[in-house]
Design a protein around this ligand. Structure first.
Ligand SMILES: [Zn+2]
Length: 211
């Protein structure tokens, strides 16, 4: 009897893995954020043709959006990868609820741009490296800082600095937003000043390229 159960269990796992591998991922965007996602995606021509599923979730702990590789993608060669961007329907404000869809459009675009920056970072990593990334992200504060800065930097380097700045300022200036979250933003992400500095550097590189 035990043997049968074990076989059944193995068969279930096999079916699960096969379905995962056979599933053809597609880019899907909910209608109510379609415009914002398209504007952000327009800054990342490299991500063209890479399936990204944008999906609302009731509530995400500690963040408003989250970019992740899909498991089915991680079981395949790197060029078959696909991603998910989870978007929390609301953020936690000391006791009260705040709807993500209510934030200004440009702030939302900046937020999505930051997540696409994470995907750019993931795209440069192999499958095992990416799994290691997930583990280090959970365990090491220093690593979170590096990863978040990399995401911001990608978005800024793709011409999204205005949006990214608006998102940052929105969070930092919004007195109602949870202090813990604000602290987290200050600790791990590029500050508005650092972003301005990056933009200046890039402009001077562009200028010298023109010469
Ligand atoms: Zn991030």
């Amino acid at each position: 009897m035990k043997r049968k159960l074990r076989l059944l269990f193995l068969a279930l796992i096999a079916v699960f893995l096969v379905t995962l591998i056979l599933k053809e991922p597609k880019t899907t965007i909910p209608n109510n954020i379609k415009k914002e996602v398209e504007i952000a995606l327009g800054h990342f021509p490299e991500l063209n043709g890479i399936p990204i599923e944008f999906k609302f979730k009731k509530n995400i702990k500690k963040s408003v959006m989250q970019a992740q590789p899909t498991w089915s993608g991680l079981l395949k060669p790197k060029n078959k990868r696909s991603y998910k961007i989870l978007i929390s329907e609301k953020f936690k404000i000391s006791g009260e609820e705040f709807k993500t869809l209510d934030v200004p459009r440009d702030v939302l675009i900046g937020w999505i741009g930051h997540e696409l920056g994470h995907i750019m970072d993931y795209q440069e990593r192999g499958n095992f490296n990416l799994i290691g990334f997930g583990i280090r992200y959970v365990l090491l504060k220093e690593f979170v800082k590096k990863a978040e800065r990399a995401a911001d930097s990608f978005a800024v380097s793709r011409g999204m600095s205005e949006y990214i700045l608006k998102t940052k300022r929105f969070i930092l200036n919004h007195s109602e937003i949870d202090e813990v979250y604000k602290e987290r933003i200050k600790q791990y992400y590029l500050s508005p000043d650092e972003i301005m500095e990056m933009v200046k550097e890039q402009d001077s590189v562009k200028d010298s390229n023109l010469l």
